[in-house]
Design a protein around this ligand. Structure first.
Ligand code: COA
Ligand code: AMP
Length: 634
């Protein structure tokens, strides 16, 4: 099969055959006899009678095939000056040893392990060690504050937490251990043990519950991979929903391994021995799928980069890494490219390096604005592939399938639905939207292997959040359209989720934090367009009657509160005290209208507005240029 159309058709006409064929890319302890189990629809299961171990597939398998001396993981950390290459043989040994530590702590199949770590190889080792023994990891992004970590600890109820003494954010050392201790204090569930990686940049004091990573590994005996059901959970990854309670996206073992293995060639064109550099974080789905599992399942080399695209120390680091390790496929978020472009608009730094082996740039995590698309294309002279996906889906829904057959790119569109994804646009009444018209982007069930089978311990929320809006369809939460040539355009979220520097955040959860302040009567948080981060949150609060406080002081307290409760990653730097919030006559805050005004659109005032003068009074606050305020850049 050669053309995209043929492959896509095969996936829709005979999904059983298609995915069983893809399953041959994986080593099974018990090969699946069938692909899809729809007997409990809408709770679909893939490869219901298959058994495998994902860690074996990511590591031991390649060693057994004679690739033990090939680089598996390259750690490049400009913030510490450390560079280290782990061969498949070495990484297997490290993972087996840490799996032994976990076994020694009583962790077994189905037990949860929370991983709260910076971008260090040990984070990957911890994830794979869980997979090796059938435990379920839940990685929490390091930019989240203690209360967010606590919520995840309570939901996942881990036996063990794995963390590090500190992370490094640019020039700043961020102590992780106090955040972990505070989170454990806040959580109702208490892990039995915390394994702490001591980093020389900031050592942590260990308490009764804590073990030193290095000592624990020295004392452990290596553990072998344990075969588990394909339908067993591999991990839980929390993502922002519309409320303060994050959604625990569950990933299965078999479907995920099959889908990722397949995408490595079909989407990313990366095969054994080739190098993929995904500049993201292991705390996000992009990191799970294409820093850790995807490249290793394919027997490729993955680059783990601890640093920023700019400032650590310069805007040429992505190019340096690409040249130094012979990267074929680079994957990051558009915001990283906007950051590089801002510092080095002519791309002078890129020209210092030999980028002849760089074949593709993949971008995802937020809408790729045409300007950034053109800048990157002109600079690199290689295909720049916009692709769209979500934590829930585990791998891209829509992409230019360059590994199968490249389509002419259309800036602003991530191109075509990938095989397995039946993407439709529905109007508010649930009817197909006319070609080219915006509506809700949905996926017809069942979704392909690798997509979430449910939410952790919450089948009801899974159905309510994703499956109840349109019967028989998964609601993506994104709006957009499909043009007459089948190109999908993703225009933005239709719910309270915003994408800030490629990080998915909930305005609802920020509102919950602002509302908790004793001086605040009511509030709204909206995402407004930002030239660097894509979107940034902006808070508007009304103070309780009789509160005498200085508005500027309250604003500063609220910014700090969100930082303390959600984390620095929330990037809420702009909160304004206002006299009133615009509402409909039924009392609903006009967030969409305010967002439109803030983005400089000619936003119509809805006929349901209760008092148009409130909105008019807010216009100057909404339209002021605030996106870079507080960053010393304006
Ligand atoms: N641990 C602790 N703090 C963290 C953190 C982590 N892992 N990650 C981010 N933060 C902090 C940052 O230091 C920053 O703090 P500050 O407000 O004190 O400056 C804050 O959270 C916001 O982070 P971020 O939005 O990443 O902004 P930034 O100014 O540090 O960097 C970019 C901006 C564009 C360079 C950066 O976001 C980036 O490289 N993005 C790449 C895209 C990406 O990784 N996307 C993930 C999905 S693909
Ligand atoms: P996350 O779950 O963190 O991966 O974020 C998923 C959300 O990011 C999607 O629902 C989209 O809103 C947005 N997103 C990701 N990739 C793209 C893209 N290529 N174009 C537009 N939006 C994107």
């Amino acid at each position: 099969m050669t053309s995209y159309e043929e492959v896509f058709r095969a996936s829709t006409e005979d999904p059983e055959g298609f995915w069983l064929g893809a399953a041959r890319g994986i080593d099974w302890d018990v090969a699946p006899s069938r692909a899809l189990d729809a007997s409990r629809a809408p709770f679909y299961r893939w490869f219901p009678d298959g058994e495998l171990n994902v860690c074996h597939n990511a590591l031991d398998r390649h060693v057994a095939a004679g690739r033990g001396a090939q680089p598996a993981l390259v750690y490049d950390s400009p913030v510490t000056g450390v560079r280290r290459t782990y061969t498949y043989g070495e990484l297997t040994d490290e993972v087996a040893a840490f799996a032994g530590v976990l076994v020694g702590l009583g962790v077994g199949r189905g037990d949860r392990v929370v991983v709260y770590m910076p971008m260090v190889p040990e984070a990957v080792v911890a994830m794979l060690a869980c997979a090796r023994i059938g435990a379920v990891h839940s990685v929490v992004f390091g930019g989240f504050a203690a209360p967010e970590l606590a919520v995840r600890i309570d939901d996942a109820a881990p036996k063990v937490v794995v963390s590090a003494s500190c992370g490094i954010e640019g020039a700043r050392v961020v102590p992780y251990k106090p955040l972990l201790d505070r989170a454990v204090e806040l959580a109702a569930h208490k892990p039995e043990a915390c394994v702490i990686l001591q980093r020389p940049q900031g050592m942590a004091e260990l308490g009764k519950r804590d073990l030193d990573w290095a000592e624990a590994v020295r004392a452990a005996s290596p553990a072998a991979p344990v075969p588990v059901a394909a339908t067993d959970p591999l991990y839980i990854l929390y993502t922002s929903g519309t409320t303060g309670k994050p959604k625990g996206v569950v990933r299965d073992c078999g479907g995920y391994a099959v889908a990722l293995r397949w995408t490595m060639e079909a989407v990313y064109d990366v095969g054994p021995g080739e190098v993929m550099f995904t500049a993201s974080d292991v705390g996000w789905v992009v990191g799970h799928s294409y820093i850790v599992y995807g490249p290793l399942l394919a027997g490729a080399t993955t680059v783990l980069y601890e640093g920023k695209p700019v400032g650590t120390p310069d805007a040429g680091q992505f190019w340096r890494v690409a040249a130094e390790y012979g990267v074929k496929t680079l994957f990051t978020a558009p915001t990283a490219f906007r950051a590089i472009k801002k510092v080095d608009p002519e791309g002078k730094l890129a020209r210092r390096y030999d980028l002849s082996r760089l074949a593709y740039l993949f971008l995802a995590g937020e809408r790729l604005d045409p300007e950034t698309y053109h800048w990157a294309s002109d600079l690199l002279g290689i295909p720049v592939v916009d692709h769209w996906w979500q934590t829930e889906t585990g791998w891209p829904i829509v992409a230019n399938p360059v590994g199968i057959e490249a389509a002419p790119a259309r800036p602003g569109s991530p191109t075509y639905p990938l095989p397995g994804w039946d993407v439709r646009i529905l109007d508010a009444g649930g009817n197909p939207a006319p070609t080219g018209e915006d509506g809700a982007i949905v996926v017809k069930l069942p979704m392909p292997p690798g997509a979430l089978p449910t939410l952790w311990n919450d089948d009801e929320r899974f159905v309510a959040s994703y499956l109840s809006a349109y019967d028989g369809f998964y609601l993506t939460g994104d709006g957009g359209h499909i043009d007459e040539d089948g190109y999908v355009f993703v225009m933005g979220r239709t719910d309270d989720v915003i994408n800030v520097a490629g990080h998915r955040l909930s305005t609802g959860s920020m509102e919950e934090v602002l509302a908790a302040h004793p001086a605040v009567a009511e509030c709204a948080v909206i995402g407004v367009a930002d030239s660097l981060k894509g979107q940034v949150p902006r808070g508007l609060v009304v103070l309780k009657a009789g509160v005498e406080a200085d508005p500027a002081a309250v604003e500063a307290e609220l910014v700090q509160l969100v930082r303390d409760r959600i984390g620095a990653v929330a990037s809420l730097k702009d909160v304004a005290v206002v006299a009133a919030l615009p509402k409909t006559r039924s009392g609903k805050i006009l967030r969409k209208t305010m967002r439109g005004i803030a983005d400089g659109l000619d936003e119509p005032v809805p006929s349901t507005v209760d008092d148009a003068t409130v909105l008019d009074a807010l216009r100057p606050v909404l339209t002021r240029g605030t996106s870079l305020r507080g960053r010393g850049e304006q």
